[in-house]
Design a protein around this ligand. Structure first.
Ligand SMILES: [Zn+2]
Length: 320
């Protein structure tokens, strides 16, 4: 699942291209008369919601794009915000697309860069057509598409009031942003202590404790801080927590610097892979000798709080 570094990479990309563009139409093949889950009623997976969504977004201009936790917020000049959560396999791509009637699907224009033709980018389920206020002369120029690719179709696309966005069920109560300058070690400790009985790995991944961290980056930061993922928060010495706080920032920033992690489906807005998967120390490294200097441990995988955890049993200390 895309985490803070992947969502940041996408948001930074969108912020470079979307502001001032106007939405001229929206298409989806996800909208259904009867939704399979109650919470889909307030997303474009509901036909009724989607019809209203179209009315409210068509004609609106994009002001800017922000991230909150793992959510992408596209703020419009009409007072609404399009909220997108990529979930397991979602990613957003920006480019020239053409609707192909024969196959009932949107395909990248034949002249588009090769990365858009990557099989992982084929699962187009939502398309926003965008027009520039200053189109360059020439046929077709000035029209672009923002497409949502999502092979597993777990992603969420909805519309909320910009003013009350942070009070909606999508964002209310979400924990602090770990990379914000004012997020101090004391804040970090206070947040973690709210779930002092939980294993540290589970707490790091809980969106109400700290925003944006998931499976990959929690494994990597615990490895770096030499803490076993099952350690109980209340038993971890202060010095180790300090190391974890530093490791958290380091690992997340490294993820952003490498353009995110594309071990799974994630692609940036140009359809390109991130590179963080080439720099894992522990995630998906089961059976590999630990890369920490002078450590001879072998990476193992186990289940912590219902999720898989990868760690080195030799240098990652268990506090229980
Ligand atoms: Zn080790």
């Amino acid at each position: 699942m895309p985490e803070l570094p992947e969502v940041t990479t996408t948001v930074n990309g969108l912020q470079r291209v979307l502001p001032s563009l106007r939405i001229s139409s929206v298409w989806t093949d996800l909208a259904k008369k009867k939704v399979s889950r109650k919470d889909f009623e307030h997303t474009i997976k509901s036909e009724k919601f989607f019809n209203n969504f179209k009315k409210l977004v068509i004609g609106a201009k994009v002001l800017n794009v922000e991230r909150r936790a793992k959510n992408i917020l596209i703020n419009l000049d009409s007072g609404y915000t399009i909220l997108i959560h990529l979930k397991m396999t979602g990613h957003l791509i920006y480019g020239d697309y053409v609707y192909n009637k024969k196959v009932n699907a949107w395909l990248p224009h034949k002249n588009e860069r090769a990365s858009l033709h990557d099989p992982y980018n084929r699962f187009v389920h939502v398309v926003f057509t965008l027009t520039s206020p200053r189109p360059s002369p020439g046929k077709g120029e000035g029209v672009k598409h923002l497409v949502f690719c999502d092979s597993r179709k777990f992603g969420k696309v909805t519309l909320i009031d910009t003013k009350t966005a942070h009070e909606t069920t999508h964002l209310k109560g979400v924990g602090p942003e770990p990379l914000e300058k004012n997020f101090s070690f004391e804040n970090f400790k206070t947040q973690l202590q709210k779930k002092s009985n939980w294993p540290i790995k589970q707490s790091l991944m809980d969106q109400y404790t700290i925003a944006g961290i998931g499976n990959i980056y929690s494994d990597e930061m615990l490895w770096l801080a030499s803490i076993h993922p099952e350690s109980k928060i209340s038993k971890i010495p202060n010095l180790y927590l300090k190391n974890l706080f530093t490791a958290m920032k380091q690992v997340l920033n490294k993820g952003i610097d490498f353009g995110g992690d594309s071990m799974s489906d994630y692609r940036d807005i140009n359809g390109e892979r991130g590179k963080f998967q080439n720099h894992h120390n522990v995630y998906q490294k089961k059976g590999i000798v630990c890369g920490k200097k002078s450590c001879k441990g072998v990476i193992i995988r186990s289940i912590v709080g219902g999720r898989s955890a990868h760690y080195c049993p030799s240098h990652q200390k268990l506090f229980k």
